[in-house]
Each structure stands twice: as C-alpha cells, then as structure tokens.
Write a protein that binds this ligand. Structure first.
Ligand code: M6R
Length: 612
C-alpha cells in the first residue's frame, strides 16, 4: 500500500527512483511520481496510472538531479489523479514531500493553514505536510542549527495518524529528511550514496546494509553521511543490519510471474525456515527462548494475524492444543484490537505477519502487551515493525515474497508454528517423546514431499481449464482440512475474482447446500483418514445435485464419481496443510492465467496493508 523510494548520491536520481518504484509495484498503487532537486529548484513529475507512464512524461529525461524522492500512491483521500499524486509541494515550492499512511487530523491542519493564508490544490491529507513544514520553517526557527530538520520535526509534532515521509528542501539541496510513525521505511547504506524505501526488495540490488528507523526517529541524510535523531532531536546511534536476501531472489528468474516462482520456491523456503532447529536433540531457537516455568503459567494462547497469516494460525491451532495441552484461540487482528479481549499475563499471544507491517496486527500486538500478555512475533522481514514491538521474535526464512497472493510465506509460517508447538511441548513435557520425534522427522521430510506435490501440474491445469469460466466455487474440509479450505478459497478470490466460499464439510447441510446446482464447482480436501468417509458422503451430496468436483487427498481414493482427484504425499495429519495447499495454490494460479489476469498484482489489493 503506497510505496516510497528515495536516493541521494552522485548518480542521476530519476532512473534509480523509477526503477525502485517498479520494484514496489506489487504493493498496490494507482498513481506514481518523483521529485528531484534540479539547478533551478525542485522539479516534480507525476501522474495517475502505472509507474512506467513516468517514462513518457515530457522532460523526464532532462532531469539531472542526484537527490530525489518518489512515490506510488494508493488513493485514500481523493481519487486517483495527477493533482492527488505525490510528491506534494508547499505553496512556495520550497519543500517536496512523499507520504505513506494517513494523517487523521488533516481537516484541522488544513483549516489552520488556510487561516494562515495557505492554499491547497489537491484533496489529499498529505498536502498539509509540506505546508506545515514551510510554516514552521518561516516562523520561529531562526535560532536552530538545522532549520530544515527542526521544521520537519515541528510539523510531525502536529501530525496524528501514521506516516512515513521523505522531505526535500530547496534551500538545503544536498540533504533530505525522513521520518516514520507506524508506517514502514528502511534506509539502505551505500558508498557515497544512500537509498530509502518502504521495503527492502526495492533497493536490494544496490545494498544489503540497512538502517531501520523506529517510530519518531529522524534521519538527516547526505550522500556521505546519515545522522539519526530521536524525537527530541538528540543525535542517536543506530546499528546497520545486513540482510541475507540476495537481489536475484527479488527477480522473476525466468518464471512468468512472481507467484509461480514463489510457489516453486516452497521446498527451499521450508528447508531454510527449518534451518538448524531440528535434529535428534531438543529444539533450540537461536535468538529466542522461553522457560518451562513461564510456559507452565500460560492458560491460553492467542494466535492473531490477518488474511493468509491468520489461516496459518488456524492450520496449526490443533498442533499447539494437542501437543501442549493449552487452549488456543485464533483471531483476526482487526477484530481482536477492538474487542477488549480476555488477555492477561497468563496469556501468550503469537502474532504472524509476513511483511511485519500490517497495521491491524501491530495494533493488536500493542493492545495485548498493554494488558500484560507476552508477545511473540513471527515475520519474514528482518527488523520489520512487528518484530520491534514484540517481546520475542522468530523469523520465517522464505526470502522476499513479491506476489500479492501469499504462498511460500504461508507454508513457511505453518512450518515454523509447528516447530514452535513442538518446542513448547518439549519444554512442558506434555507429549510423548516418540510422537515429537516422529513429527520432527516428518517436518524434515517436508521439503522433498512439497517437491513431489508440485509435480502433478497437468491434472490441476486440466481441472482449471474446465472450470475457469465459473462464477462461484466452494471449498470443503473437516478439521485441519477446513483451515486449508479457507486459505484455498482466499487464494482463488484474490487472483481470479471468482466468488468462493469455504465451509466445514459438516456445515453443508445447514445452509450452503441450497446453493449447489448443476455445474457448480466444489473442491474438497481430505487428509485425515478418520474423517475421509464423512467428507466423501458430503461430496456425494453435491454430486447428486450436479456439482463438478475436485478432491485433494493423501488417501487411496480412486473414485470415478469425482471429476478430478489430486494425490499428495502422505504425512502427519498435523502437517498436512503444508502439502494440501500446494495443488490449490497452483489451481488458483492457472485459473487466473486462463482468465488473462494480472496474477501478481490483483485489483484493489496491496501486499502490505499498512493502514487500517
Ligand atoms: O504481511 P501480512 O502477513 O501481515 O499480511 C496479512 C494479509 O494481508 C495477507 O496474508 C493477505 O491476506 C494476502 N494477500 C493473502 O494472499
């Protein structure tokens, strides 16, 4: 959701900025723009539509400035249009600003600025920021050593809401100021040049050394130096973090789409996530540990997340409950944060977020902490906001996930959560050792089994070809298969725009069966040997009413009544979601391709949902 790029160095900034924006396209946006500092002041080039349109703008090739900021906008205040696109300038054309997030008190700020004679040319909340900076710059900062930085800080004091902003100042052309509050921003350190971005993949080809700003920390950057300040404008020292991802992992690498590439990267992502944690000994996490005494006090575990990450919680709730004997609730973060949840110091809250920047999940985490719960963040992005808020943090090692539809992050999250549950059970001694040893062995076997599950593309494709013109589909499953049905249904909706619903198979006769008629597609997941017969009976009911059926199973089902049966390798029932989702990810992918849609950047969706 909105993307920020910045460059300050010795090279021409505009191509670097546009290239960075192209790499952030997956976050979702409707307009794009850049600002650079030229000989005669700040120049802005922007328009609604794709980033690539910037190349067509008159004069874009004449920009020579080596300092610049850039933005992809996801409309919140005001429709997508050239006027509403970022960067925005103040009335005197002295400051240019790009902004991610939402300024909640912008009406108030705008009225204040209007009363001081400022005019506004867009409908955005952002346009208040450069004008407010200008107001303070002119007003009372004569005594300040660094008027530019002091004016940005004064303006930020007035802002309510979330923001990551970059600011250029005409009078200080060799610097820029950046600051964040509840919105992502990273600074990449180069040699005689520095980069700014909303997330790491956009600038990974330039540097692997990053600084991560905390809320209300400011950076005052030149090409050779980055100075960090806290909210009182006291100089602070920040550590540089080196990121292990390589630039190639953020490229398509010969695949048609990032999503397909990421689906095929799952064996590696799972292997990397398992890392050295599993062997014949007890599980050890490198940078995280909990004591048996503490775990014994836990009366409830909450798993809290959004979308696919929440489905990873649903897919592993049983593992925690069965192995650790602790009740688990899985909650959507946007609900949790507003419901006055029953959380205390006897509750352990696990927050899952691929990006680590999802606004609802971060707010839910802050709430749980304020109520005394201990918090664990599971994220794929080192140093992301959620990892800095939580008491403990563990990483999936899926590598950058670029496609909006999450695939490898989901199976890596499932893997890590299963490992965490085994770790708890080992500490608590709530499960028999042979059960845990078998599960660990099965986890180690998973990458190979995922490779096998990725092989049967022909049958998936042929079923996708048969049904891609449909407008409604249903996914059924019992127990853990129901959790996978929910994820498969979300995947299909996201990238194919086909309406779909997921039901616990036993619920069918309590309502949804009324929707089954000739030709409706019903997809069922059956991996629990104890429940297979029951789900088959449900599928039989829909076949009788004319449904087309696809079955995903690890059981020896060869029934001619089904239109297609996809066999996946057998594994422990608790781990089966990691395999059963694979053909269904491919199914959604091929449906989307058949329909000629943009798989990686589905309409209306953003990769990181950084605002409410
Ligand atoms: O970055 P997060 O894991 O916090 O994102 C949560 C959801 O926004 C995300 O999983 C979303 O549902 C995906 N687009 C699903 O494919």
């Amino acid at each position: 959701m909105c993307g920020i790029v910045g460059y300050i160095g010795k090279q021409k900034a505009s191509p670097i900025l546009i290239n960075g924006l192209l790499r952030l396209e997956y976050r979702g946006y409707d307009s794009a723009g850049i600002a650079t500092i030229e000989q005669n002041g700040i120049t802005i080039m922007k328009d609604k539509g794709r980033v690539a349109n910037l190349y067509e703008l008159d004069g874009i090739n004449n920009l020579t400035g080596t300092v610049g900021i850039a933005h992809t906008r996801w409309a919140t205040h005001g429709k997508p249009s050239k006027e509403n696109s970022h960067p925005h300038m103040d009335n005197s054309n002295s400051f240019a600003v790009v902004h991610n997030g939402i300024i909640e008190n912008y009406h108030e700020l705008r009225s204040f600025l209007e009363s001081k004679g400022y005019s506004f040319y867009s409908d955005t909340d952002t346009e208040t920021i450069p004008n407010l900076i200008h107001y303070y710059y002119e007003k009372d900062l004569e005594a300040s050593d660094n008027k530019f930085l002091a004016a940005v800080k004064k303006a930020c004091d007035d802002l309510k809401g979330s923001f990551a902003i970059e600011v250029l100042c005409k009078d200080d052309p060799e610097h820029m100021v950046v600051v964040r509050q509840d919105s992502p921003l990273v600074i990449g350190k180069g040699m005689g040049e520095n980069y700014i971005s909303s997330d790491i993949p956009a600038i990974l080809s330039f540097t692997k050394d990053f600084y991560l700003l905390n809320d209300r920390e400011f950076a005052y950057l030149s090409k050779d130096k980055i100075q960090f300040y806290n909210n009182d404008l006291k100089l602070i020292v920040k550590e540089v973090k080196s990121i292990e991802w390589n630039a190639a992992s953020a490229e398509k690498d010969g695949y048609d789409d990032f999503m397909l590439k990421e689906i095929y990267e799952q064996p590696v992502a799972i292997r990397e996530t398992i890392g050295a944690k599993l062997n014949e000994k007890k599980i050890v996490f490198d940078d995280f540990s909990l004591s048996k005494e503490y775990l014994k006090t836990i009366q409830k575990i909450y798993i809290i997340a959004c979308g696919t990450a929440m489905h990873a919680g649903l897919g592993t709730r049983n593992t925690f409950e069965q192995l650790c004997n602790i009740p688990v609730e899985v909650e959507v973060a946007s609900e949790f944060r507003y419901k006055n949840p029953l959380v205390s110091e006897k509750t352990l809250c696990i927050f899952i977020s691929q990006s680590g920047e999802t606004a609802d999940t971060i707010a839910a985490l802050k709430l749980a902490k304020s109520k005394g719960a201990r918090t664990i963040a599971i994220s794929n992005v080192i140093g992301s906001s959620i990892t800095r808020e939580a008491d403990y943090c563990i990483y999936t090692h899926a590598g950058p996930e670029i496609a909006v539809a999450s695939t490898k992050a989901y199976t890596s999250q499932l893997t890590l959560l299963n490992i965490l549950a085994i770790y708890f059970a080992e500490l608590l001694e709530t499960s028999e050792e042979n059960i845990l040893t078998e599960l660990k062995q099965e986890l180690l076997n998973l990458p190979k089994k995922v490779e096998l599950a990725l092989k049967d593309v022909a049958s998936i494709k042929s079923f996708a070809d048969m049904v891609y013109k449909e407008s409604d589909m249903f996914f059924l499953g019992r127990g853990i298969d129901y959790a996978v049905a929910l994820e498969a249904s979300l995947k299909l909706k996201e990238i194919s725009y086909i309406h779909s619903d997921a039901y616990a198979a036993g619920e069918l006769k309590h309502g949804p069966i009324a929707l089954i008629e000739n030709g409706v597609t019903v997809i069922s997941i059956m991996t629990n040997p104890d429940l297979v017969e029951k789900t088959i009976s449900n599928v039989q009911e829909v076949i009788t009413r004319g449904a087309k059926t696809l079955i995903v199973t690890n059981q020896p089902i060869e029934d001619k009544r089904f239109d297609q049966v996809i066999h996946i390798p057998e594994t422990s029932t608790l781990l089966s979601p990691i395999l059963s989702i694979i053909p269904l990810q491919l199914f959604s992918y091929y449906i989307s391709k058949e329909k000629g849609l943009d798989v990686d950047k589905p309409r209306n969706l953003a990769k990181s949902v950084t605002v409410e």
